[in-house]
Design a protein around this ligand. Sequence first.
Ligand SMILES: *Cc1c(COP(=O)(O)O)cnc(C)c1O
Length: 416
Amino acid sequence: MTTFADKSTDADSATGLAPAEYIALDERWSTHNYHPLPVVIAEGEGAWVTDVQGERYLDFLAGYSALNFGHRHPDLVRAATEQLGRVTLTSRAFRHDQFGLFCRELAELTGTDMVLPMNSGAEAVESAIKVARKWAYRVKGVPDGQAQIVVAGSNFHGRTTTIVSFSTDEDARADYGPFTPGFVVVPYGDAAALAEAVNDRTAAVLLEPIQGEAGVIVPPDGYLAEARRLCDEAGALLIADEIQSGLARTGTVFALDHERVTADLYTLGKALGGGIMPVSAVVGRADVLGVLRPGEHGSTFGGNPLACAVGRAVVRLLSTGEFQQRSTSLGARMHERLSELVGNGVTAVRGRGLWAGVDLAPDGLSGREAAEALLRRGVLCKETHGHTLRLAPPLVIEEADLDRGLDALAQVVAQR
Ligand SMILES: *Cc1c(COP(=O)(O)O)cnc(C)c1O
C-alpha cells in the first residue's frame, strides 16, 4: 500500500472549509439527484477514507464495486501516472500503443474473443443492446424493427433514456418518457416466465447474474443455466451485465462462472477503471461483436490511452487470482458473521463473496438511519430500497478491519 507521504500538492487542492460549508456548496450549486451521507471525504487509501477534518472511515461500499482494489492501489496509480506522462487521448481516428494490448489482455482474462471499449457502465449496456439488435437483424433474421430484448424486473443497468425505458423502479423512470420500445420485462429468477417471453423475435436476454442495486439478489439455483438453455433453443443471445458483479467481486472474474454458464456478451465497468476513471467494455463472441462496421458505433473517449493503461493494470491484478481468493475467503467470514445477525435486527442476508445485501428488521432502524448510525461509528455504506444495506468492502480490506466494520454493524442493527 502507498502512504500519504506525498503531500506536495495539498496546498493547491485543500480549501480548508468546514464540512457544513462543503455540504452547503453542493446543495446550492449541484443538482439534487443524490442524497449523500453527511461525510466530506478528502483522501482515501486502501479500504480507508479520511474526511476534511481528519476523521477516518472504513469504506464498506467501495464505490458500488468500482473500488474493488481499494482507493489508490499503488499498481493502478503507477500505471495511470506513467501513462499521464506519455499520452492520454488520441481519439479512435488514430491508433495508439495501449489499445490492442488492453483488448487482448481483457479478452484473455475473460475467455472471450474481442472487446468493445466504452466509458461508463450505461454506455456498455447501450452498446450491448445496439450490437444485439444489429445481430438480430443481420444474422438471426428478425424482421426489421421487431427485435425484442428480454430483461428482468428490479433490474439496474444504468440511467440512459433507453435503459430506464425497461426499469421497473418508478423513481428511475417517472417523467422520462416517451420510452424506447422493444423490451419485455419478466420477474427475476422466474425461469417459467423467461421461457414464455423468449421467442423467434428475441435478440437477447439481458440479466444481472446477481442483482446489485435491487439488494444483492441471488437468483434460484439453475436459473442462469436455464436462461442459457432457453437462449440456445430460441437462437437468442445471453447478455450478462457484470458491471457490478464481475471482476472478482464474487470470488471469480464473472459471477456467472459460479454457474458454469457462458454468456455471448458481457458488460463490464466499475472496477475495470480501478476507481480512477470510467472504463467500461462489452466483451464477447467475435461473430456477434463483429457485426459492427466503421461509423456504426463509437465514443470519443472509449478506449483512450489512459483508460487502456489503467484497464491493463486492472487486468494484471485480476490475472493473479489473489483478489478472487480474497473475496472468497473474506466473503465466507463476512457471511458467517452476518448470518449470526439474522433474528437480531436483521431478517435476511444474501450475497456471494465479499458482497452482501442485509435486510433490516422492519421494527428497527431504516436503511438510511442504519447507514447514518454506521457513519457515526466510522463505517461507510449505503442503503438500497428502504430497508436493505448493501455491503461491498474493497477486496484489499484487512481481516481485522472487516471485523471492525461488522462489529459496528452488529451494534447498529441491535438498536431498536
Ligand atoms: C452501476 C451499474 C451500471 C451502470 O454503470 P454506470 O457507470 O453508473 O453508468 C450498469 N449495470 C449494473 C449492473 C451496475 O451495477
